[in-house]
Design a protein around this ligand. Structure first.
Ligand code: PMT
Length: 354
């Protein structure tokens, strides 16, 4: 058998892994019962849950990355991407998940990079990543992009894919060689919230040059640590039904806007499945959190159209039939629009002498 070489170390993949549960922190009955979230209870979440053990490593990676780009006066976008999980057991066998594959986040990160931003990519571990997304999670195996060389002695990229892969690889190489992309993973909603808070606070060194682009699909309900069983739930012990009693996840966006990142530009997404409530819900979020832009999208049509909701009004962005045929990413239109708004936001703050 051919010996298997160890996989190459990736210049972008984080050394931190979030998909394995923190089994040492099993159920801790000394933690007080988690109160139901009310607008003034957001801080309870951070007070009553332990922070993930790897956070200090992420903190130093993020600080180095931000200092590097701050010195070069480069704008930085924090792009969140993918779905968060809600574990039902501490040694996690079962968890609640959502549909998001991270397409919006991964493709948006590419367009921020192409437009001169550095990107912190806060993503669900093993969801789609910028650049490699073109070759993963598709119906094909990555092996389908390869072929045997003419003399049969090596594998090489199939001629059919050479041109496109060359372009994608050049962009990936530029991003990694220039330290423009920092990957930060999460798996659970708990990891996501703690990491978002940490990164948001570190981002304050960037002032107005920081942009938050919150495309992750964040769980609305969770099981507090005070109630998570340590081991796999046994059907014998619970009888015939598993009844799950979840608490609402506090709406952390308010803390982000008011306290963690008060001078950055913040763009959030609003996902609905019923088109009759999309705009009112997006407008409600804008009023409630008082940030700069909510992008509304429907689960069914999210890859073809979105609506920008700002205090000034609404504007739909929709792919044309030709663009759909040509596989244009809607993010290639969304991101340059946001970059324009970010520049206007910076100028308006500067004019106000803030
Ligand atoms: O990954 P894809 O398949 O490409 O899908 C992309 C997407 C549909 C996931 C993306 O475009 C999107 O809409 N992301 C936001 C999904 C979401 O969480 O929507 P929501 O309506 O539940 O929440 C609205 C906002 O409130 C979000 O910005 C979220 O960050 C925030 N929120 C959510 C939960 C919570 N407890 N607190 C919050 O502040």
């Amino acid at each position: 058998p051919v010996p298997r070489p160890s996989p190459p170390s990736s210049p972008v993949l984080s050394k931190v892994h979030t998909s394995a549960p923190d089994t040492k922190a099993a159920i801790d009955r000394s933690i007080p019962e988690f109160p139901a979230a009310t607008p003034i209870d957001e801080d309870n979440y951070f007070r009553l849950h332990k922070s993930p053990p790897y956070l200090s490593q992420i903190s130093s990676d993020v600080a180095d990355f931000l200092n590097f780009h701050n010195k070069r006066h480069r704008k930085v976008a924090l792009v969140t991407s993918g779905g968060t999980t809600v574990p039902l057991e501490n040694n996690t066998v079962r968890f609640i998940d959502n549909f998001s594959a991270g397409t919006r986040g991964a493709s948006s990160a590419e367009y921020f990079l192409e437009n001169g931003y550095a990107v912190i990519f806060l993503h669900r571990e093993f969801s789609l990543l910028p650049y490699s997304r073109h070759y993963s999670h598709t119906g094909n195996s990555f092996l389908d992009y390869l072929k045997l060389s003419d003399d049969g002695s090596k594998v090489e990229i199939d001629d059919k894919y050479q041109k496109e892969m060359f372009q994608v690889y050049k962009k990936y190489n530029k991003a990694t060689k220039n330290n423009l992309l920092l990957m930060v993973p999460f798996t659970t909603v708990h990891q996501y919230l703690f990491t978002l808070k940490l990164v948001a606070q570190e981002m304050s060194v960037m002032g107005y040059d920081a942009l938050f682009y919150l495309a992750a699909a964040v769980s609305d309900f969770f099981l507090p640590s005070s109630r998570i069983p340590q081991h796999k739930i046994q059907s014998k012990e619970i009888g015939s039904k598993l009844v799950v009693d979840l608490e609402p996840v506090p709406k952390f966006l308010r803390r982000l806007v008011d306290s963690w990142a008060p001078i950055a530009m913040i763009v959030s997404f609003k996902l609905e499945t019923d088109n009759t409530i999309l705009i009112s819900k997006a407008r409600g979020a804008l009023k409630r959190y008082n940030h700069q832009l909510v992008i509304g999208n429907l689960l069914q049509t999210r890859k073809k159209k979105v609506v920008f909701v700002t205090p000034a009004g609404e504007r739909w962005i929709e792919l044309t039939p030709d663009q759909i045929k040509d596989n244009v990413d809607i993010e290639s239109i969304i991101v340059p629009e946001i970059i324009k708004l970010h520049s206007q936001w910076i100028s308006s703050r500067q004019r106000m002498g803030l």
